[in-house]
Structures are given as C-alpha cells and as structure tokens.
Design a protein around this ligand. Sequence first.
Ligand code: HEC
Ligand code: HEC
Ligand code: HEC
Ligand code: HEC
Ligand code: HEC
Length: 327
Amino acid sequence: MIEQWKKYIWIGVAGFIFAVTLGSYVVINYAYPFIPEVLVDLVRKPELLKNAKAKDCADCHEEIFEAWEKSRHFQAWTSSVFIEDSENRSKEKCLSCHAPDVVTPGEKPSLRLDHRDDGVFCISCHVRDGAMEGPFELFSPPHPTRKNQDYRKSKFCSSCHPKTFKEWKAIGKDAICQDCHMRRKPGRLTQKFPLSFFHSSKQVANHSFPAGIVEDEDIAVDYKWKGTAITVKLTNKFALHNLPTADNGDPRFYLYLTLFDANGEELDRAKEILAPQQETALVYGQPTPFLFLAPKGAVRAEIEIMRKPAWTKEKQSIKKLEILPSN
Ligand code: HEC
Ligand code: HEC
Ligand code: HEC
Ligand code: HEC
Ligand code: HEC
C-alpha cells in the first residue's frame, strides 16, 4: 500500500518540476512582459550598464567574448602599427574609432575615457540609453535589452568604416557587411547555467569579424601571353567593396609573375601592388589589367596572388597558377 503511494508521490514531484521548468521556459521566452518589475529588479545587475569592461560580459556571453578577443576590434588600441602611425597616439584625430565611446550608426564616434585597451569593445557597440541594444526582441534578466533594426544593416559599420561603406553602397547588392564578416549560426547567446538552459536557441553572429576570407575562386584571373607581352586581368568577384579596402590602414594584395626558361631557371620576377592607399585596389566586378614584358627565352610563368593585412608584415598565398605562351 505505502509502496503504491510512493509511486504517485514521485510522479507528482516529477510532474511539478516538469511543469515549473516548462512554465519558466515559456514565460522567459514568450510571456516575459508579464513578469513583475519587482521580480526582475531582484536579478538585475545595474553595474553592467555603468562603465563595464568587455570581461564583465564574458561571465554570461562566453563564446561571443572569446570570438571578439580574436578580432582586430579588440586590437584596435593596442596594435603596434596603429601606435606607430598615430605617433604614439598623439594624433587626436586618429583616436576615436580605435577606442570609441557610444557608436551611433552612421556617425563618427567620440573618444572614450576608460578601458581604452579594450579597443572597439562590446559596450561601444551595444550599450545605448540605459539598455543593451541588439538584433532581437527578448528578455534578459541581468540587464535590460532593446531591439534595434540597425544591427542588421551595413550602416551600423559605416560609423568607422565610411570609405568601405561607400564602396559597398555604390555596388548596390543586398548582402550586408554582417553577412560576410559576422556570419550567423544557431546557438545560445549565453553559456551560463541556468540562463543557457532557459533561453531558447537563436542565431548567433561571429564576433571574430574575420577578414582573411578571400578564396581562390573569388579572384578571377584571365591572361594573354603573345610574343613578349603578357597581360594579366584580375577581377574581384566576391567582396562587395574594393579588394583590399581600407579607411586608414594599408592592407595590400600582391600580384607576382615569375618567368622561367626551358631549363626551369628563374629569369625574372615582377610585382604589382594592389592597395587602397595607391588607388590600385580591385573594384568589384571590374577586370583590372596588368602588363608585363617577357624576357627572351621565357617559356613558362607562374602567377601568384598574396594577401598582406594592414597590421602585419606577413603575406599569405591566395592563388597560384601556371601560364604558357599562346602561339
Ligand atoms: C563593432 C561592433 C560590435 C562589437 C565590438 C560587439 N558587437 Fe555584439 N553585435 C554587433 C552586431 C552588428 C550584432 C548583430 C549581428 C547580426 O545579427 O547580424 C551583434 C549581436 C550581438 C548579440 C546578439 C546575438 C547575435 O550574435 O546576433 C549579443 C548577445 C552580442 N552581440 C554581444 C556582444 C558582446 C558580449 C560583445 C563583446 C565581447 C560584443 N557583442 C561586441 C556588433 C558588435
Ligand atoms: C549575468 C549574465 C549576463 C551578463 C553578465 C551579460 N549579459 Fe547580455 N544577456 C544575458 C541574457 C540571459 C540575454 C538573453 C539571452 C537570450 O534570450 O537568448 C542577454 C542578451 C544580450 C544581448 C541581446 C540583446 C538583443 O535585444 O538582441 C546583448 C546585445 C547583450 N546581452 C549584451 C551584453 C553586454 C554588452 C554585456 C556586458 C556589458 C552583457 N550582455 C552582460 C545575460 C547577461
Ligand atoms: C567604433 C568603430 C567601429 C565600428 C562601429 C566597426 N568597426 Fe570594424 N574596425 C574598426 C577599427 C578601428 C578596426 C581596425 C582595428 C585594428 O586592426 O587596429 C576595424 C577592423 C575591422 C575588420 C578587420 C580588418 C582587418 O584588416 O583585419 C573587419 C573585418 C571589420 N572591422 C568589420 C566590421 C563590421 C562588419 C562592422 C559592423 C558590424 C564593424 N567593423 C564596425 C572600427 C570599427
Ligand atoms: C559579399 C561578402 C562581403 C561583404 C558584403 C562585405 N565584405 Fe568586407 N571583405 C570581404 C572579403 C572577401 C574580404 C577580403 C579579405 C581577405 O583579405 O581575404 C573583405 C575584407 C574586408 C576588410 C579588410 C581589408 C581587406 O580588404 O582585406 C574590411 C575592413 C572589410 N572587409 C569591411 C567590410 C565592411 C565595413 C562591409 C560593409 C560595408 C563589408 N566589408 C562587406 C567580403 C565582404
Ligand atoms: C573613421 C574612423 C577611423 C579613424 C578616424 C581612424 N581610423 Fe584607423 N582604422 C579604422 C578602421 C575601420 C580600420 C580597419 C580597416 C581599414 O583600414 O579600413 C582602421 C585601421 C587602421 C590601421 C591598420 C590596422 C592596424 O592596427 O595596424 C592603422 C595603422 C590605422 N587605422 C591608423 C590610423 C591612424 C594613424 C589614424 C589617424 C590619421 C586613424 N587610423 C584614424 C578607422 C579609423
């Protein structure tokens, strides 16, 4: 008899826990406007809206924080090339985009006073008017949030990338900066239990803001080798801005042409620089011709395209191919 009751009690307890869990899930994700303010205030962390550092967000947004730590945005203030070019950060006009206060989409930010070593950080891009703004309509117990459509627009990036934004706009295609530089995939916004359990899965954007994403087929190579004249035409078929693009840095692509004789000996190696600062970057969809002279005895050549980001001296190979004279 007692054994029988025990069974029902267990079923009752399990049912209760299940109902509370399900109820909480539904309330947190769908019925949150009905949660009383007094309850919300108990779990709020007002310090997150006051002079926080990026590290303070890591407690809950661990994955986004770790991605951002790998990004150039995190390096914006401490980058050695930036320090050199801004004359040890003495050039006033250089500082604001590299350690911005609040970002208002479309407007150049002003320089912030604290935590400058965090560079372009979470707080610049997300804290506005007493809330964490973002692309979602959702409920976050620790801090207020507000949905803002601008997070899914290129205009958001234009505050600090105005030249690149202009190039992008002139092309007039639909894909926005975030589609290529903040790819989204399903996941949790937070990794902290129990928040990670109660908040539904969403689309999470890659906060490492990757730039080295050009692949072999993204730059088309067309060539003609007739007698001593070699014409190589390059076309940027993918990036919806010049390649490379820059507002202040000096990123470069290089086009190398190495010529060989019949014995496989190198005869000559020519180089072209593709750089925004020299106005030789590849315009989207527009073939750019480069002319070379083949020395006597050249029977074969190798074309190589390399990338050098603004912040390093190291080059990476993107594409390599062999060409032969056409007779
Ligand atoms: C340069 C500006 C910028 C910085 C810096 C930045 N974010 Fe974001 N964040 C965005 C944009 C833009 C989106 C919307 C992306 C989308 O949905 O396409 C976003 C989205 C989010 C979201 C919603 C989920 C998602 O991925 O869409 C969270 C949460 C978030 N960011 C947290 C953070 C945290 C925490 C940091 C710091 C570690 C940070 N962000 C740094 C611009 C930024
Ligand atoms: C104590 C945990 C906690 C901390 C610390 C925290 N957040 Fe959040 N945040 C959340 C939760 C929970 C959500 C909602 C997640 C969900 O619904 O999937 C959220 C959502 C967000 C969103 C999405 C807003 C929207 O409407 O799209 C942004 C942006 C954000 N947080 C930024 C930050 C930033 C910036 C910091 C650091 C200053 C921070 N958060 C610190 C728990 C936290
Ligand atoms: C507050 C100013 C600011 C905003 C807003 C901003 N950026 Fe940046 N971004 C920078 C700075 C400064 C750098 C250069 C950091 C460095 O290397 O010193 C940078 C670097 C980058 C890089 C890396 C470039 C490289 O050479 O590796 C990418 C990609 C990028 N940003 C994309 C974006 C996208 C996409 C957005 C919009 C969602 C955005 N940024 C919004 C200031 C900003
Ligand atoms: C269709 C995809 C696509 C879109 C949209 C796009 N980019 Fe890019 N972006 C690229 C590719 C590809 C590269 C080349 C990176 C490399 O070196 O491999 C790049 C490079 C960059 C760089 C680094 C400098 C360089 O040229 O190597 C920055 C900064 C940048 N993009 C910012 C932006 C901003 C800001 C927007 C929106 C106005 C934007 N991008 C839109 C694909 C895109
Ligand atoms: C309008 C915002 C803005 C201002 C102002 C600005 N920068 Fe930048 N800076 C950027 C952005 C965005 C990037 C990333 C890619 C690019 O070059 O467009 C960048 C990248 C760089 C880089 C290459 C990345 C690195 O860390 O090595 C250097 C160097 C640099 N800036 C130096 C300067 C100097 C020097 C000044 C003042 C003359 C300056 N910047 C002013 C936005 C700005």
